[in-house]
Design a protein. Sequence first.
Lengths: 273, 311
Amino acid sequence: MENKQLSIEELNSEARQIRRLIIRMLAEAGSGHPGGSLSSADLVTALYFNILRFNPADPNWPERDRFHMSKGHCCPLWYAVLSRTGYFPEEKLFTLRKFGSILQGHPDRKTPGVESASGSLGQGLSIGLGMSLASRVDKKDYRVYVLLGDGELQEGSVWEAAMACAHFSCDNICAILDANGCQIDGRCEDVMGVEPLAAKWQSFGWHVIEINGHDMGAILAAYREAQTIKGKPTIIIARTVKGKGVSFMEGVIGFHGRAPTPEEAQKALKELA
Amino acid sequence: MAEQLYQRDAYGQALVKLGSSDNNVVVLDADLSSSTRTNLFAKQFPERFFNFGVAEQNMIAAAAGLASCGKKVFLSTFAVFASGRAWDQVRVSISYNNFNVKIVATHAGVTVGPDGASHQALEDIALMRVLPNMNIIVPADAPQTEEAIMAAAGIPGPFYIRMGRSKVPTIENKEKFEFGKAQLLCPGDDAAIVACGLMVEQALWAVKSLAARGIRARLINMHTIRPLDKEIILKAAQETRLIIACEEHSVFGGLASSIDEVVAENFPVKVIRVGVHSRFGQSGEPEELMKEYHLTGPDIEKAVLAHIAQK
């Protein structure tokens, strides 16, 4: 199945639509995590519309590329993208976090297109590693993409996985780091410093690409560069702004895990018009 | 004297058999492959074996990733690490996802011996038993270990299979292993001894010794802890009115607790717990430790004698 291959302009427009959906879903749900959903929106939009190989009509197609959202709390973004790419109808999005919904508060395999649960941080890169090893056993050429958060890097298990991905030379793994610099209790540098990110990943044996995570051209170029790297895994360290796209959410720690009020949602949607 | 065999040898050999017949089987270990015997599989099928080093959390979540792609995953390490070290990974990535991952834990219980308390898992059944979707088998001896591994391989979903470090005698057992269905090894209506793992051998000793005193104790090999064979428990409760639960594990959360839950809800009778009573293990030879923690045949016999009069 071929991607739509949108132009950069179209991707930016699509990402804006997805941000609008995120705001509407969270306002309807009354809880959830807007900050990180908005900061990684451009990265995930570009991936699904121009890079990832998948078939919404056959979510279990064995040849599909794998995407796993290790920072599971940003699932409103994932759900919006899955809906926009045809996995389920848009109206389902507004059942987010409600009883009986296929869209749980954190990812669950009930959702078409979701490969594995997440929500407990620090497990996703290991899951991606398992998917990569399976491709080796099965001699398949799919690629594996894992979205990580920078606060998440404080989980030691991420580094167990980082070490192993390099040890096993998993060059079909592309980790995407949404480095928005914020976590629940404050700036990462204040809570528990994670820098220097590029040097850390390089020293673990990874190919590192550092970009502005809101520059569509740079995002696409990074994904394409990652596809050419042999013998080692790649990480795209994407410098992002938490709450990107909504002026009063940008860089505001308080919007890590608080949904917008109806008034805030109206204001946000005007900005994203 | 019955033949003494390592359960982990039987496990390693079973893996090789499975590997030959099913290309989908992959095996993971965390730097203990010579102890757990997954090295037998590694030697035969190096392209389907992955050593994760000393990183159990990564191994267990990676097992989930492999299973999500349709692989049948067996992973091994010591029981302390397989259950406790990476419990959150087992919970979220394996149990919640209901993935086809078989956690095969070796070196459980005090019979680990000289390595001492840090390496003697006495809580692992409890930790695994509370997880939805998790199936638990504690085979009694080496032949039953092979049967259990083969059975688990044919049933999709997460399993925790537990065995010890030491050689164990092969028990006289004419019944075929059936997952989820306990084995009645000896008939008797005076008391029911329900045991798992190497405690089955101890219980057999107690049954014979009690018989010499004219007491007919029933012996049940409860190899599957979850799902528990409730029928055989209730029948034993009704027909004997006294159950002795025997496990090389804490008396909290394991076999005894499983039995308690069934009888308390359906047919309350006394359940006496022969197991480890809220203590850590310690260094020593397996036989010394079995005595110290009151896990021997004579301990089981004593429990029966102490309670049979009050039935």
